[in-house]
Design a protein around this ligand. Structure first.
Ligand SMILES: [Zn+2]
Ligand SMILES: [Zn+2]
Length: 341
């Protein structure tokens, strides 16, 4: 039996004993190392949905995980028992037109762990042990922690967002939101050569974290006049998922600039389409990541990117409820991770 965290509905998170995983020929059994609680996991917990993805059967959340290989199926060659692994939660089909075009994150038949985007739901990794296809696994021999390895997925989101932003060398970049994704976007913007990174938030702790990971300037956007930022950013990365943050991006962006929406905004918001037109702005989306997962693993293994400041707490799976509540409190948390008991 394996201890499993399942969301049945909004505010109904249960710890249940489930049968141990059956292993396919190309699967490895993984013991959870660390599993980060993401904004989307919190949405499932608080609202029973993320945007259009609604919980319709009990969902095991968790898509940001690392682990240790316990045993392997007969045909597995990529990993062996005892290996510590990064786990890519994204399973594109590899055959559709988007996959063949290299846009794996847009796959028509995407299976993304810990998500209610498909039915039956794609069950995630907040459980003591689980089976995982070896293709999803990258062994990590370097001396970094399982908590750091579990940050590969959120780092990949920042890297992909910056990839969608185009060339950043020498540019001024605004990031709205100093949570995990805002911080990962800040790190990614610096790696991509941004000359000056400004991070906005409406709370102090996220801004402090942003400075620790390399923001050049931080702004309490609820306390300054929007004019103070006007016309300053060549590129804006919206990582807060709030209409006010998007308004900050629109106020700060220069003519001809690019806004990348990484956060999930409310379904219907007023949108200044004529500003996009008259100022010749590029407005692009960034959804999950594609090859950026492997880039993230590479940056982490050498500590070229050091994510340790972002991991604010680790709690055992048996305290999942408490961990979710802690993760929701931005005054105390950046990335809260669950670890096997
Ligand atoms: Zn996530
Ligand atoms: Zn596909």
């Amino acid at each position: 039996m394996t201890l499993t965290c399942r969301i049945h509905a909004a505010h109904d998170l249960r710890l249940e004993d489930q049968a141990a995983p059956a292993l396919g020929e190309h699967d490895a059994e993984i013991r959870l190392g660390a599993g980060g609680i993401c904004g989307s996991d919190l949405h499932y917990f608080q609202h029973g949905r993320v945007g259009a993805f609604v919980v319709r059967e009990p969902l095991i959340p968790g898509h940001e995980a690392s682990g240790t290989v316990v045993r392997v199926g007969p045909s597995v060659t990529r990993v062996k028992p005892g290996d510590r692994v990064a786990i890519n939660p994204s399973h594109p089909c590899g055959r559709c037109d988007y996959c063949r075009d290299g846009r794996l994150n847009l796959c028509r038949h995407m299976f993304f762990l810990g998500s209610a985007s498909v039915f039956p739901h794609a069950q995630g990794m907040f459980r003591e042990t689980f089976a995982m296809g070896e293709a999803q696994l990258t062994p990590i021999a370097e001396d970094i922690t399982l908590g750091e390895i579990a940050c590969a997925e959120p780092l990949s989101i920042g890297l992909h967002a910056v990839h969608r932003a185009g060339v950043l060398t020498g540019k001024t970049v605004l990031v709205t939101g100093g949570g995990t994704i805002g911080c990962m976007s800040t790190i990614a913007a610096r790696l991509a050569g941004a000359a000056h990174v400004i991070v906005c938030d409406i709370a102090d702790r996220p801004l402090e974290m942003a400075r620790r990971v390399g923001a050049d300037e931080t702004v309490r956007s609820d306390q300054v006049d929007a004019k103070a930022l006007a016309d300053r950013a060549d590129v804006a990365l919206e990582a807060a998922g709030s209409p006010a943050a998007l308004a900050t991006c629109l106020a700060a962006i220069k003519r001809g600039g690019r806004i990348v929406q990484v956060g999930t905004l409310p379904a219907e918001i007023p949108f200044p389409a004529n500003t996009i037109m008259a100022r010749e702005l590029d407005y692009v989306g960034a959804f999950r990541a594609a090859q950026a997962f492997d880039w993230a693993v590479q940056y982490l293994r050498t500590r070229r990117v050091d994510v340790r400041p972002l991991v604010s707490a680790q709690l055992p799976l048996s305290r999942a409820q408490e961990a979710f509540e802690l993760a929701a409190d931005r005054s105390r948390s950046t990335k809260v991770q669950l670890v096997a008991d």
